[in-house]
Design a protein around this ligand. Structure first.
Ligand code: GUN
Ligand code: FE
Length: 423
């Protein structure tokens, strides 16, 4: 009796940024949670009971949301007429401060993790709150569901309201403690999360950089996001050439896996730093058109430069946890950008899907695609309710991204195990 399983359907995944591979009516062979092969025909002796038949449906990799604020799940769609810094002061800090209450954190984060999975996000890079206990709850909830994740404890020690600010040394100490106490998880890795340069003192950034180096911990922050933020950054850190150097010179950029959200306004020096293979820029198209007004990331330019690029929902700056929806928005925004600056072409479905799957998954060890040896972290897409014509599998994928929703995701697998969600 083999422990191999064969999942039958129309299989699609990214080979590289320009290529989506399609195996229509084929079998993904999975053993011990990993992909062994993709076959057009099964061996005649393959046991029937090990065939899982999704004939006619799409089998695609689970999505990667590489920048999402877990506590802001409660404030999606609020204050969308505000500029970033006003929005943070008015809505975000008061909301995040409530996660001091661990019952509240448990309730909201349980729902948040369920909603991520419901939308097909199986790999995630979370932004937490400053609270140790709440952040630990989030870590454990992700771990219990098997989600591939980076998550940590947020740091901020200046330019923050009295009710939501940390002591510098305590912030560094708690971060080190968090990393030590949350080290051994299988799929979840503890990360270092300075909010952004302007809410962190140089002393804090330096201390966090040392912790990151000591434990090889990934770093997650925001950079080059908004016109006002960059202006304040220059005033606060006059000795640094740009916003990226503040991270770079404090060992928070590129020494360990480094994920920087937004990266809209990057000059040549910053682009050069971000070419480091340890770095990843995260495009958050929805947030860009909500609270972060001022520009749109030149996605095509970054792709052409070979900078690692992923997609994030940036909830609550973004208003949906759906990464397929963010794929469509990425393409739409790149077209709008192209109308005003035709230096860079718009991106296409291949490129945006790549960012949301294989590219986003690069830090999680063989996820986001269906190469041999990759984890079977997959979604089954049933588009019967929108199946209007004899469309190809690629056309159906495009249609799912633009017009589908979580109801079209009928199954989710992580490491070959079906993941149950609450509807
Ligand atoms: N920059 C610093 N904090 C935040 C946040 O919570 N959301 C967004 N979009 N940008 C930020
Ligand atoms: Fe953000």
């Amino acid at each position: 009796m083999t422990n191999k399983k064969a999942y039958k359907g129309n299989v699609i995944y990214s080979k590289d940024k320009d290529t989506l591979i399609v195996y229509d009516n084929s079998y993904v062979i999975v053993q011990d949670g990993r992909i062994v092969d993709i076959l057009k025909d099964l061996q005649p002796d393959f046991p029937n009971e090990n065939v899982i038949n999704y004939e006619g449906k799409l089998i695609i990799p689970g999505f990667c949301d590489m920048h999402v604020h877990a506590p802001q799940f409660l404030q999606m769609g609020i204050g969308m007429d505000k500029e970033l810094l006003d929005w943070l002061d008015t809505y975000t800090y008061p909301n995040e401060a409530k996660f001091k209450n661990i019952e509240h954190a448990n309730e909201v984060y349980s729902q948040f993790v369920n909603e991520l999975l419901r939308h097909g996000t199986l790999h995630v890079n979370c932004f937490p709150s400053i609270h140790y206990e709440a952040s630990s709850i989030l870590f454990k909830l992700l771990e219990n569901k098997g989600v591939y994740a980076f998550t940590g404890k947020l740091n901020m020690d200046q330019n923050s309201p009295d009710f939501y600010i940390e002591d510098t040394n305590k912030s560094i100490e708690d971060t080190e403690k968090f990393i030590i106490e949350h080290k051994k998880s299988k799929n979840v890795t503890a990360s270092i999360v300075p909010r952004f340069a302007i809410t962190c003192s140089e002393e804090l950034l330096n201390g966090l950089g040392n912790v990151s180096l000591k434990y090889n911990a990934p770093v997650h922050s925001h950079m080059c996001e908004a016109v006002n933020e960059m202006k304040i950054c220059k005033e606060l850190f006059p000795n640094y050439k740009n916003g990226a150097e503040i991270f770079n010179q404090n060992n928070l950029l590129g020494k360990t896996p480094t994920i920087m959200a937004h990266c809209i306004f990057m000059d040549d020096d910053v682009l050069e730093l971000m070419k480091n293979p340890n770095c990843m820029a995260v495009h958050c198209p929805d947030a860009t058109s909500n609270v972060n007004a001022g520009g749109i990331m030149p996605v095509k330019k970054l792709l052409d430069l070979g900078i690692n690029l992923a997609i994030g929902s940036d909830v609550g700056g973004g208003t949906s946890l759906s990464i397929p929806r963010m794929i469509a928005t990425t393409i739409q925004h790149s077209k709008i950008r192209n109308m005003f600056d035709n230096q860079y072409e718009a991106v296409n479905l291949q490129e945006a899907f790549f960012m949301a799957t294989r590219s986003g998954g690069r830090y999680f060890n063989k996820v986001g695609a269906f190469d041999k040896g990759y984890h079977f972290n997959a979604l089954i897409i049933d588009d019967f309710n929108m199946y209007g014509d004899n469309y190809s599998s690629l056309e159906r994928l495009e249609r799912f991204c633009y017009s589908g929703d979580d109801r079209n995701i009928i199954k989710r697998y992580i490491d070959g195990n079906e993941i149950e969600i609450k509807i």
